[in-house]
Design a protein around this ligand. Structure first.
Ligand SMILES: NC(=O)c1ccc[n+]([C@@H]2O[C@H](COP(=O)([O-])OP(=O)(O)OC[C@H]3O[C@@H](n4cnc5c(N)ncnc54)[C@H](O)[C@@H]3O)[C@@H](O)[C@H]2O)c1
Length: 276
């Protein structure tokens, strides 16, 4: 298959595991140099090692996307290492489920912080290397380089979901952000799209009883979903199976590729047909 991102540089947040890791590997396979960023340094380093072993180029950068100092530091790492930025994938995230009547302010705010505030700050921090860079290229009479942003949303953000008032609100908010960025930066040739994933097999959707936790913002949050709910959701998927991280990464590559050159302000459902 032709390499679609030759000479491009990508940042993928939350790229130490799951969808982000598969995305970093696929973008690298298509020629992009990738900044593999994650809260956890060790998994990010091992994704870099896999990319390098396969002949690609990547560098790891660890940190919490909700730290206000993180976006500038990440951009600095990208520019120091590779000199430019073409593709920004805002993927880092987690769930902290609970029914509305029992949800604390902290629990609600944490989802806005990771799924809305962090992507906003990251896009703003990318401004000099995306908006300003494209503007300068246009002023010099050149076609701007391909540049795009892909924000990760969820079927919960599009349709709502029981037990996820915080997550669904935030994953809906990222859709408004996506369309606004597309409208503000479209004149510079920068595309901004979202992907709304359904049920993808990762740590986030494993059996909650397995007890995996994420330690973030001074909290230990249990991840996963009840096994019986997963079985029920799978029965409603027309393709009759959950998605793989590779299915999810394919959709992100599609939107980053030259074949999506006229697609912007769009939310692509990647659900195997669920909720269609
Ligand atoms: N798995 C699904 O079914 C599904 C469905 C819809 C949307 N999503 C979204 O896809 C994205 C990726 O999730 P996944 O399923 O691959 O989960 P995952 O837990 O396998 O991977 C998420 C990665 O993000 C990192 N991360 C979390 N919070 C972070 C923070 N504050 N700063 C930096 N890194 C952080 C984690 O360390 C982890 O490596 C998330 O935004 C999630 O909400 C997933």
């Amino acid at each position: 298959m032709a390499r679609m991102l030759e000479n491009q540089v990508a940042i993928v947040t939350g790229a130490g595991r799951g969808i982000g890791a598969a995305t970093a590997k696929l973008l690298a396979e298509h020629g992009a140099k990738v900044v593999v960023s994650d809260l956890d340094a060790a998994p990010a380093e091992s994704v870099v090692a896999e990319i390098t072993a396969a002949g690609g180029e990547a560098v790891a950068f660890a940190g919490d996307v909700t730290d206000p100092a993180f976006p500038d530091a990440l951009m600095q790492k990208c520019i120091e290492t590779y000199g430019k930025l073409n593709v920004l994938v805002n993927n880092a995230g987690y769930t902290w489920d609970g029914m509305l009547h029992k949800m604390s302010d902290k629990q609600f705010q944490a989802m806005l912080d990771v799924h809305n505030v962090a992507p906003f700050r990251l896009i703003r921090a990318a401004g000099p290397y995306m908006r300003e860079a494209s503007k300068a290229e246009k002023s010099a009479g050149r076609d701007p380089e391909p540049r795009c942003i892909i924000n990760v949303s969820s079927t919960s953000g599009v349709h709502g979901n029981v037990g996820q008032i915080n997550y669904s609100t935030a994953k809906s908010g990222i859709l408004g952000m996506t369309k606004t960025v597309a409208k503000e930066w479209g004149a510079f040739g920068i595309r901004c799209n979202a992907v709304a994933f359904g049920l993808i097999e990762t740590r986030l959707t494993q059996d909650a009883e397995s007890g995996e936790k994420i330690a973030v913002a001074g909290e230990e949050v249990t991840l996963g979903m009840p096994g019986h709910l997963k079985g029920m959701a799978t029965m409603l998927i027309p393709l009759a199976r959950p998605g793989t991280p590779q299915d999810a990464a394919g959709a992100i590559l599609l939107l980053a590729s030259p074949y999506a050159s006229y697609i912007t302000a769009h939310c692509l459902d990647v659900t195997g047909g669920l909720n269609a």
